[in-house]
Design a protein around this ligand. Structure first.
Ligand SMILES: Cc1cc2nc3c(=O)[nH]c(=O)nc-3n(C[C@H](O)[C@H](O)[C@H](O)COP(=O)(O)O)c2cc1C
Length: 455
Protein backbone atom coordinates (compact mmCIF):
# COMPACT_ATOMS: atom_id res chain seq x y z
CA UNK A 1 0.00 0.00 0.00
CA UNK A 2 1.60 3.32 -0.97
CA UNK A 3 1.70 6.27 1.37
CA UNK A 4 -0.61 7.93 -1.03
CA UNK A 5 -2.95 4.95 -0.96
CA UNK A 6 -2.76 4.70 2.85
CA UNK A 7 -3.34 8.42 3.12
CA UNK A 8 -6.22 8.17 0.73
CA UNK A 9 -7.76 5.19 2.64
CA UNK A 10 -7.42 7.11 5.93
CA UNK A 11 -9.02 10.13 4.34
CA UNK A 12 -11.84 7.95 3.06
CA UNK A 13 -12.35 6.37 6.52
CA UNK A 14 -12.26 9.81 8.16
CA UNK A 15 -14.78 11.13 5.68
CA UNK A 16 -17.01 8.09 6.21
CA UNK A 17 -16.82 8.53 10.00
CA UNK A 18 -17.69 12.21 9.62
CA UNK A 19 -20.70 11.31 7.45
CA UNK A 20 -21.86 8.71 10.00
CA UNK A 21 -21.36 11.19 12.84
CA UNK A 22 -23.22 13.90 10.95
CA UNK A 23 -26.03 11.43 10.15
CA UNK A 24 -26.23 10.38 13.82
CA UNK A 25 -26.36 14.00 14.98
CA UNK A 26 -29.03 14.72 12.38
CA UNK A 27 -31.11 11.73 13.55
CA UNK A 28 -30.77 12.81 17.20
CA UNK A 29 -31.75 16.38 16.41
CA UNK A 30 -34.73 15.24 14.26
CA UNK A 31 -35.84 12.87 17.02
CA UNK A 32 -35.57 15.70 19.58
CA UNK A 33 -37.47 18.10 17.34
CA UNK A 34 -40.17 15.48 16.80
CA UNK A 35 -40.39 14.81 20.52
CA UNK A 36 -40.64 18.57 21.21
CA UNK A 37 -43.33 18.91 18.56
CA UNK A 38 -45.21 15.90 19.93
CA UNK A 39 -44.97 17.31 23.44
CA UNK A 40 -46.25 20.65 22.15
CA UNK A 41 -49.30 19.03 20.59
CA UNK A 42 -49.90 16.85 23.61
CA UNK A 43 -49.50 19.88 25.83
CA UNK A 44 -51.94 21.88 23.71
CA UNK A 45 -54.33 18.92 23.85
CA UNK A 46 -53.97 17.63 27.39
CA UNK A 47 -52.81 20.91 28.90
CA UNK A 48 -50.46 21.85 31.66
CA UNK A 49 -53.01 22.26 34.41
CA UNK A 50 -53.91 25.84 33.48
CA UNK A 51 -57.71 25.76 33.14
CA UNK A 52 -59.14 25.89 29.64
CA UNK A 53 -60.93 29.21 29.23
CA UNK A 54 -64.46 28.65 27.91
CA UNK A 55 -65.79 32.05 26.82
CA UNK A 56 -69.23 32.66 25.38
CA UNK A 57 -71.05 35.52 23.70
CA UNK A 58 -74.75 34.87 23.50
CA UNK A 59 -77.80 36.95 22.68
CA UNK A 60 -80.66 34.55 23.20
CA UNK A 61 -78.93 31.90 25.30
CA UNK A 62 -77.90 29.12 22.90
CA UNK A 63 -74.17 29.91 22.96
CA UNK A 64 -74.33 30.17 26.73
CA UNK A 65 -76.04 26.77 26.96
CA UNK A 66 -73.42 25.18 24.67
CA UNK A 67 -70.62 26.81 26.69
CA UNK A 68 -71.99 25.45 29.97
CA UNK A 69 -72.28 21.99 28.47
CA UNK A 70 -68.73 22.28 27.07
CA UNK A 71 -67.34 23.19 30.50
CA UNK A 72 -69.31 20.31 32.07
CA UNK A 73 -67.96 17.81 29.53
CA UNK A 74 -64.38 18.97 30.10
CA UNK A 75 -64.94 18.71 33.84
CA UNK A 76 -66.26 15.15 33.42
CA UNK A 77 -63.08 14.28 31.54
CA UNK A 78 -60.95 15.76 34.34
CA UNK A 79 -59.89 18.86 32.40
CA UNK A 80 -60.21 22.00 34.53
CA UNK A 81 -61.98 24.86 32.80
CA UNK A 82 -63.02 28.42 33.51
CA UNK A 83 -66.39 29.52 32.12
CA UNK A 84 -66.75 33.25 31.46
CA UNK A 85 -69.07 35.52 29.51
CA UNK A 86 -66.94 37.18 26.83
CA UNK A 87 -67.90 40.56 28.31
CA UNK A 88 -65.85 39.78 31.41
CA UNK A 89 -62.79 38.34 29.61
CA UNK A 90 -59.79 40.69 29.78
CA UNK A 91 -56.64 40.81 27.65
CA UNK A 92 -54.76 39.57 30.74
CA UNK A 93 -57.08 36.53 30.96
CA UNK A 94 -56.18 35.67 27.37
CA UNK A 95 -52.48 36.23 27.93
CA UNK A 96 -52.58 33.94 30.99
CA UNK A 97 -54.63 31.19 29.31
CA UNK A 98 -52.88 28.54 27.26
CA UNK A 99 -56.05 27.24 25.68
CA UNK A 100 -59.32 29.04 25.09
CA UNK A 101 -62.58 27.93 23.51
CA UNK A 102 -64.82 30.70 22.17
CA UNK A 103 -68.50 29.91 21.65
CA UNK A 104 -70.09 32.92 20.04
CA UNK A 105 -73.28 33.72 18.20
CA UNK A 106 -74.01 36.51 15.76
CA UNK A 107 -76.95 38.87 16.04
CA UNK A 108 -78.18 42.11 14.51
CA UNK A 109 -76.85 42.10 10.98
CA UNK A 110 -73.57 40.24 11.41
CA UNK A 111 -73.00 41.97 14.77
CA UNK A 112 -71.65 40.65 18.05
CA UNK A 113 -74.21 39.84 20.74
CA UNK A 114 -74.78 42.68 23.23
CA UNK A 115 -72.74 40.94 25.89
CA UNK A 116 -69.68 40.89 23.64
CA UNK A 117 -69.68 44.66 23.07
CA UNK A 118 -67.27 45.39 25.92
CA UNK A 119 -64.84 42.70 24.69
CA UNK A 120 -64.92 44.09 21.15
CA UNK A 121 -64.32 47.62 22.43
CA UNK A 122 -61.63 46.90 24.99
CA UNK A 123 -59.84 43.68 24.12
CA UNK A 124 -60.11 43.46 20.34
CA UNK A 125 -58.57 46.95 20.07
CA UNK A 126 -55.85 46.27 22.65
CA UNK A 127 -53.17 45.53 20.06
CA UNK A 128 -51.68 42.79 22.23
CA UNK A 129 -50.12 39.63 20.79
CA UNK A 130 -51.08 36.23 22.17
CA UNK A 131 -48.36 33.88 20.90
CA UNK A 132 -48.90 31.36 23.70
CA UNK A 133 -52.64 30.97 23.22
CA UNK A 134 -54.17 27.95 21.47
CA UNK A 135 -57.79 28.55 20.57
CA UNK A 136 -60.91 26.97 19.13
CA UNK A 137 -63.92 28.88 17.83
CA UNK A 138 -67.49 27.60 17.62
CA UNK A 139 -69.45 30.16 15.61
CA UNK A 140 -73.23 29.92 15.94
CA UNK A 141 -75.40 31.47 13.30
CA UNK A 142 -78.15 31.05 10.79
CA UNK A 143 -77.42 30.94 7.06
CA UNK A 144 -80.70 32.70 6.33
CA UNK A 145 -78.94 35.88 7.47
CA UNK A 146 -76.66 37.70 5.03
CA UNK A 147 -73.65 37.83 7.36
CA UNK A 148 -73.55 34.16 8.33
CA UNK A 149 -71.55 33.70 11.57
CA UNK A 150 -70.26 37.26 11.08
CA UNK A 151 -69.01 37.75 14.63
CA UNK A 152 -67.47 34.25 14.94
CA UNK A 153 -65.55 34.90 11.75
CA UNK A 154 -64.27 38.30 12.81
CA UNK A 155 -63.28 37.00 16.25
CA UNK A 156 -61.39 34.13 14.61
CA UNK A 157 -59.67 36.56 12.23
CA UNK A 158 -58.69 38.78 15.15
CA UNK A 159 -57.27 35.79 17.06
CA UNK A 160 -55.16 34.84 14.03
CA UNK A 161 -53.82 38.42 13.95
CA UNK A 162 -52.70 38.19 17.59
CA UNK A 163 -50.44 35.25 16.77
CA UNK A 164 -52.62 32.75 18.65
CA UNK A 165 -52.63 29.22 17.15
CA UNK A 166 -55.84 27.43 16.22
CA UNK A 167 -56.36 24.07 17.92
CA UNK A 168 -58.57 23.23 14.94
CA UNK A 169 -60.38 25.02 12.16
CA UNK A 170 -63.33 27.23 13.17
CA UNK A 171 -66.60 25.26 13.34
CA UNK A 172 -69.69 27.05 12.03
CA UNK A 173 -73.11 25.94 13.23
CA UNK A 174 -76.10 26.74 11.05
CA UNK A 175 -79.21 26.91 13.20
CA UNK A 176 -78.04 24.36 15.80
CA UNK A 177 -77.08 21.90 13.04
CA UNK A 178 -76.38 18.50 14.59
CA UNK A 179 -73.42 17.51 12.37
CA UNK A 180 -71.54 20.67 13.36
CA UNK A 181 -72.31 20.06 17.03
CA UNK A 182 -71.01 16.48 16.65
CA UNK A 183 -67.80 17.91 15.18
CA UNK A 184 -67.45 20.20 18.23
CA UNK A 185 -67.99 17.20 20.52
CA UNK A 186 -65.30 15.31 18.60
CA UNK A 187 -62.86 18.22 19.04
CA UNK A 188 -63.61 18.35 22.76
CA UNK A 189 -62.87 14.62 23.08
CA UNK A 190 -59.54 15.21 21.39
CA UNK A 191 -58.79 18.17 23.64
CA UNK A 192 -59.68 16.16 26.73
CA UNK A 193 -57.58 13.24 25.47
CA UNK A 194 -60.46 10.76 25.66
CA UNK A 195 -62.77 9.09 23.19
CA UNK A 196 -65.14 8.50 26.03
CA UNK A 197 -66.93 11.80 26.61
CA UNK A 198 -70.63 11.55 27.42
CA UNK A 199 -72.79 12.30 24.37
CA UNK A 200 -73.76 15.82 23.44
CA UNK A 201 -77.31 16.22 24.77
CA UNK A 202 -79.67 18.59 23.05
CA UNK A 203 -82.41 19.45 25.57
CA UNK A 204 -85.36 17.10 25.16
CA UNK A 205 -88.63 18.11 23.51
CA UNK A 206 -91.63 17.83 25.82
CA UNK A 207 -95.26 17.45 24.83
CA UNK A 208 -97.30 20.50 25.91
CA UNK A 209 -101.02 20.99 25.45
CA UNK A 210 -102.51 24.03 23.74
CA UNK A 211 -105.21 25.07 26.22
CA UNK A 212 -106.40 28.41 24.91
CA UNK A 213 -106.05 30.67 21.90
CA UNK A 214 -107.53 34.10 21.33
CA UNK A 215 -107.31 36.35 18.28
CA UNK A 216 -106.44 39.73 19.82
CA UNK A 217 -106.69 42.12 16.87
CA UNK A 218 -109.54 41.30 14.45
CA UNK A 219 -109.92 44.15 11.98
CA UNK A 220 -106.30 45.32 12.36
CA UNK A 221 -104.29 46.47 9.37
CA UNK A 222 -101.44 44.38 10.79
CA UNK A 223 -101.10 40.58 10.73
CA UNK A 224 -103.47 38.57 12.97
CA UNK A 225 -101.99 38.30 16.47
CA UNK A 226 -102.93 35.62 18.97
CA UNK A 227 -102.66 35.04 22.69
CA UNK A 228 -101.90 31.34 23.40
CA UNK A 229 -101.78 29.36 26.63
CA UNK A 230 -99.97 26.03 27.00
CA UNK A 231 -99.25 23.65 29.88
CA UNK A 232 -97.03 20.55 30.09
CA UNK A 233 -98.99 17.40 29.18
CA UNK A 234 -97.15 15.58 31.98
CA UNK A 235 -98.99 17.71 34.55
CA UNK A 236 -95.63 18.39 36.24
CA UNK A 237 -95.15 22.11 36.90
CA UNK A 238 -92.58 23.75 34.63
CA UNK A 239 -90.13 26.35 35.87
CA UNK A 240 -88.70 29.41 34.14
CA UNK A 241 -87.88 33.09 34.78
CA UNK A 242 -89.52 36.09 33.21
CA UNK A 243 -87.53 36.96 30.08
CA UNK A 244 -87.04 33.31 29.05
CA UNK A 245 -88.02 31.81 25.70
CA UNK A 246 -89.64 28.68 24.37
CA UNK A 247 -88.67 26.76 21.29
CA UNK A 248 -91.47 25.20 19.29
CA UNK A 249 -91.06 22.30 16.87
CA UNK A 250 -93.65 22.38 14.11
CA UNK A 251 -94.57 19.04 12.49
CA UNK A 252 -93.99 20.48 8.99
CA UNK A 253 -90.36 21.43 9.70
CA UNK A 254 -89.00 19.66 12.79
CA UNK A 255 -85.40 20.54 11.91
CA UNK A 256 -85.84 24.29 12.40
CA UNK A 257 -87.30 25.10 15.80
CA UNK A 258 -88.74 28.62 16.22
CA UNK A 259 -88.36 30.75 19.32
CA UNK A 260 -90.99 32.82 21.13
CA UNK A 261 -90.67 35.05 24.21
CA UNK A 262 -92.72 33.83 27.17
CA UNK A 263 -95.40 36.33 28.21
CA UNK A 264 -96.16 34.77 31.61
CA UNK A 265 -94.40 33.62 34.79
CA UNK A 266 -94.01 30.12 36.22
CA UNK A 267 -96.52 30.92 38.99
CA UNK A 268 -99.17 31.30 36.25
CA UNK A 269 -98.80 27.55 35.64
CA UNK A 270 -99.08 28.16 31.90
CA UNK A 271 -96.77 29.47 29.22
CA UNK A 272 -98.45 32.41 27.50
CA UNK A 273 -97.28 33.35 24.02
CA UNK A 274 -98.10 36.31 21.82
CA UNK A 275 -97.78 35.09 18.24
CA UNK A 276 -98.21 36.99 14.99
CA UNK A 277 -99.43 34.80 12.16
CA UNK A 278 -96.92 35.07 9.33
CA UNK A 279 -97.99 34.76 5.73
CA UNK A 280 -95.55 34.40 2.83
CA UNK A 281 -95.97 36.42 -0.40
CA UNK A 282 -97.42 33.28 -2.08
CA UNK A 283 -100.20 33.22 0.53
CA UNK A 284 -98.91 30.19 2.45
CA UNK A 285 -98.78 30.31 6.26
CA UNK A 286 -95.54 30.58 8.22
CA UNK A 287 -94.49 27.10 9.34
CA UNK A 288 -94.46 27.55 13.12
CA UNK A 289 -96.77 30.57 13.45
CA UNK A 290 -99.31 28.92 11.13
CA UNK A 291 -99.15 25.73 13.19
CA UNK A 292 -99.63 27.58 16.49
CA UNK A 293 -102.28 30.06 15.39
CA UNK A 294 -104.37 28.06 12.93
CA UNK A 295 -103.53 24.46 12.13
CA UNK A 296 -103.15 23.09 15.68
CA UNK A 297 -106.58 22.71 17.34
CA UNK A 298 -107.04 23.88 20.91
CA UNK A 299 -106.29 20.70 22.89
CA UNK A 300 -103.53 19.63 20.47
CA UNK A 301 -100.13 18.43 21.64
CA UNK A 302 -97.27 20.83 20.82
CA UNK A 303 -93.55 19.91 21.03
CA UNK A 304 -91.95 22.56 23.15
CA UNK A 305 -88.87 23.19 25.23
CA UNK A 306 -88.02 26.02 27.60
CA UNK A 307 -84.87 27.97 26.96
CA UNK A 308 -83.29 30.18 29.65
CA UNK A 309 -82.45 33.62 28.27
CA UNK A 310 -80.02 34.94 30.88
CA UNK A 311 -79.45 38.17 28.94
CA UNK A 312 -83.09 39.12 29.17
CA UNK A 313 -83.93 37.89 32.66
CA UNK A 314 -84.32 40.47 35.42
CA UNK A 315 -81.32 39.09 37.33
CA UNK A 316 -79.59 41.90 39.23
CA UNK A 317 -82.22 44.34 37.99
CA UNK A 318 -85.00 42.63 39.95
CA UNK A 319 -85.64 45.63 42.19
CA UNK A 320 -84.38 48.46 39.97
CA UNK A 321 -86.79 50.81 38.21
CA UNK A 322 -87.46 49.36 34.74
CA UNK A 323 -88.06 51.12 31.44
CA UNK A 324 -89.72 48.46 29.26
CA UNK A 325 -89.70 49.33 25.56
CA UNK A 326 -91.15 47.24 22.76
CA UNK A 327 -93.37 46.93 19.74
CA UNK A 328 -95.76 44.35 18.29
CA UNK A 329 -95.35 40.86 19.71
CA UNK A 330 -92.34 42.17 21.65
CA UNK A 331 -94.91 43.01 24.32
CA UNK A 332 -94.71 39.30 25.25
CA UNK A 333 -91.28 39.54 26.92
CA UNK A 334 -92.22 42.83 28.62
CA UNK A 335 -95.50 41.41 29.92
CA UNK A 336 -93.53 38.52 31.49
CA UNK A 337 -91.48 41.08 33.44
CA UNK A 338 -94.54 43.08 34.42
CA UNK A 339 -96.25 39.96 35.75
CA UNK A 340 -93.05 39.14 37.69
CA UNK A 341 -93.03 42.66 39.14
CA UNK A 342 -96.74 42.45 40.00
CA UNK A 343 -96.07 39.18 41.85
CA UNK A 344 -92.97 40.53 43.64
CA UNK A 345 -94.54 43.90 44.43
CA UNK A 346 -91.18 45.66 44.03
CA UNK A 347 -89.80 48.48 41.88
CA UNK A 348 -91.23 51.12 39.53
CA UNK A 349 -91.97 50.25 35.88
CA UNK A 350 -92.52 52.39 32.82
CA UNK A 351 -93.91 50.74 29.68
CA UNK A 352 -93.35 52.27 26.25
CA UNK A 353 -95.21 50.14 23.71
CA UNK A 354 -95.78 50.72 20.00
CA UNK A 355 -98.25 49.23 17.50
CA UNK A 356 -100.30 50.46 14.56
CA UNK A 357 -103.89 51.27 15.57
CA UNK A 358 -105.14 51.85 19.10
CA UNK A 359 -108.62 50.61 18.15
CA UNK A 360 -107.33 47.12 17.25
CA UNK A 361 -103.76 46.57 18.43
CA UNK A 362 -103.81 47.54 22.11
CA UNK A 363 -103.01 44.02 23.31
CA UNK A 364 -103.65 43.38 27.02
CA UNK A 365 -105.15 46.88 27.43
CA UNK A 366 -107.24 45.93 30.49
CA UNK A 367 -104.27 44.37 32.21
CA UNK A 368 -102.10 47.41 31.50
CA UNK A 369 -104.78 49.73 32.88
CA UNK A 370 -105.03 47.49 35.95
CA UNK A 371 -101.28 47.79 36.51
CA UNK A 372 -101.48 51.56 36.16
CA UNK A 373 -104.15 51.78 38.86
CA UNK A 374 -102.46 49.27 41.18
CA UNK A 375 -99.07 51.03 40.85
CA UNK A 376 -97.18 48.17 39.18
CA UNK A 377 -96.85 50.61 36.28
CA UNK A 378 -95.84 54.15 37.21
CA UNK A 379 -96.34 55.17 33.60
CA UNK A 380 -97.44 53.66 30.27
CA UNK A 381 -96.94 55.29 26.87
CA UNK A 382 -98.88 53.46 24.17
CA UNK A 383 -97.77 54.79 20.81
CA UNK A 384 -99.99 53.94 17.82
CA UNK A 385 -98.23 54.97 14.63
CA UNK A 386 -101.33 55.10 12.43
CA UNK A 387 -103.49 57.09 14.83
CA UNK A 388 -101.75 60.40 14.21
CA UNK A 389 -101.02 62.24 10.95
CA UNK A 390 -97.32 62.35 11.90
CA UNK A 391 -96.38 58.70 12.35
CA UNK A 392 -94.76 58.26 15.77
CA UNK A 393 -92.89 55.27 17.15
CA UNK A 394 -91.54 54.24 20.55
CA UNK A 395 -88.17 55.86 19.87
CA UNK A 396 -89.92 59.20 19.16
CA UNK A 397 -91.77 58.95 22.48
CA UNK A 398 -88.47 58.28 24.29
CA UNK A 399 -87.00 61.42 22.69
CA UNK A 400 -90.05 63.51 23.67
CA UNK A 401 -89.71 62.21 27.22
CA UNK A 402 -85.91 62.59 27.26
CA UNK A 403 -85.81 64.46 30.59
CA UNK A 404 -87.85 61.71 32.29
CA UNK A 405 -85.79 58.93 30.70
CA UNK A 406 -82.66 60.65 31.99
CA UNK A 407 -84.15 61.01 35.48
CA UNK A 408 -85.09 57.31 35.56
CA UNK A 409 -81.61 56.31 34.39
CA UNK A 410 -80.05 58.57 37.02
CA UNK A 411 -82.20 56.70 39.56
CA UNK A 412 -80.57 53.45 38.43
CA UNK A 413 -83.25 52.22 35.99
CA UNK A 414 -82.54 49.31 33.65
CA UNK A 415 -83.85 49.35 30.07
CA UNK A 416 -85.38 46.23 28.50
CA UNK A 417 -86.13 46.26 24.77
CA UNK A 418 -88.22 43.54 23.12
CA UNK A 419 -89.49 43.34 19.54
CA UNK A 420 -88.34 44.16 16.02
CA UNK A 421 -84.70 44.35 15.17
CA UNK A 422 -85.57 46.21 11.96
CA UNK A 423 -86.47 49.80 12.75
CA UNK A 424 -87.34 49.58 16.42
CA UNK A 425 -84.17 48.26 18.12
CA UNK A 426 -81.85 50.56 16.18
CA UNK A 427 -84.22 53.51 16.63
CA UNK A 428 -84.41 52.97 20.39
CA UNK A 429 -80.64 52.61 20.59
CA UNK A 430 -80.17 55.89 18.71
CA UNK A 431 -82.69 57.67 20.97
CA UNK A 432 -80.97 56.36 24.12
CA UNK A 433 -77.61 57.47 22.72
CA UNK A 434 -78.99 60.98 22.20
CA UNK A 435 -80.38 61.00 25.72
CA UNK A 436 -77.58 59.34 27.70
CA UNK A 437 -74.59 59.76 25.33
CA UNK A 438 -72.62 56.95 23.71
CA UNK A 439 -70.54 56.45 26.85
CA UNK A 440 -73.67 56.41 28.97
CA UNK A 441 -75.22 53.69 26.78
CA UNK A 442 -71.96 51.69 26.87
CA UNK A 443 -71.97 51.97 30.67
CA UNK A 444 -75.59 50.77 30.80
CA UNK A 445 -74.72 47.83 28.56
CA UNK A 446 -71.58 46.91 30.51
CA UNK A 447 -73.45 47.19 33.80
CA UNK A 448 -76.20 44.83 32.62
CA UNK A 449 -78.77 47.67 32.65
CA UNK A 450 -79.54 47.57 28.92
CA UNK A 451 -80.99 44.22 27.83
CA UNK A 452 -82.46 43.29 24.49
CA UNK A 453 -84.56 40.50 23.06
CA UNK A 454 -84.93 41.60 19.47
CA UNK A 455 -85.62 39.55 16.37
C1 LIG B 1 -82.14 39.33 15.84
C2 LIG B 1 -81.25 38.23 15.34
C3 LIG B 1 -80.28 38.53 14.40
C4 LIG B 1 -79.42 37.52 13.89
N1 LIG B 1 -78.48 37.83 12.96
C5 LIG B 1 -77.66 36.86 12.49
C6 LIG B 1 -76.67 37.16 11.51
O1 LIG B 1 -76.49 38.30 11.08
N2 LIG B 1 -75.87 36.16 11.08
C7 LIG B 1 -76.01 34.87 11.54
O2 LIG B 1 -75.27 33.98 11.12
N3 LIG B 1 -76.96 34.55 12.45
C8 LIG B 1 -77.78 35.51 12.94
N4 LIG B 1 -78.73 35.19 13.86
C9 LIG B 1 -78.88 33.78 14.29
C10 LIG B 1 -78.17 33.51 15.60
O3 LIG B 1 -76.78 33.77 15.55
C11 LIG B 1 -78.39 32.04 15.96
O4 LIG B 1 -79.78 31.85 16.15
C12 LIG B 1 -77.63 31.61 17.19
O5 LIG B 1 -77.79 30.22 17.38
C13 LIG B 1 -78.13 32.34 18.44
O6 LIG B 1 -77.30 32.04 19.53
P1 LIG B 1 -77.52 32.79 20.95
O7 LIG B 1 -78.82 32.29 21.47
O8 LIG B 1 -76.38 32.35 21.79
O9 LIG B 1 -77.50 34.25 20.73
C14 LIG B 1 -79.57 36.18 14.37
C15 LIG B 1 -80.57 35.90 15.32
C16 LIG B 1 -81.40 36.90 15.82
C17 LIG B 1 -82.45 36.57 16.82
Amino acid sequence: MSVFEWGSAAARQGAAAAVVLFWLLLCISIARAQRRARQGVVQAAAGSGVPVLVAYASQTGFAEQVARQTADLLHTAGVPSRLLALSSVTADDLAAAERALFIVSTCGEGDPPDNAAAFVRRVMTDGRTLPNLHHGVLALGDSEYRHFCGFGRSLDGWLAGTGASPLFERIEVDNANEAAMAEWHHRLSHLAGTSDLPDWQAPAWEPWRLLAREHLNPGSAGGPTFHLELAPSSGVAADWRSGDLVQVRAPADPSRPREYSIASIAADGRVHLLVRQERHPDGSLGVASGWLTEQAEVGASIDLRLRPHANFQLGDNATRPLILVGNGTGLAGLRGHLRARAAAGAGRCWLVFGERQGAFDAYYRDEIEGWLSSGVLARADLVFSRDTPQKAYVQDRLREAAADVKAWLDDGAAVYVCGSLQGMAGGVDAALTEIAGADGVARLMDGGRYRRDVY
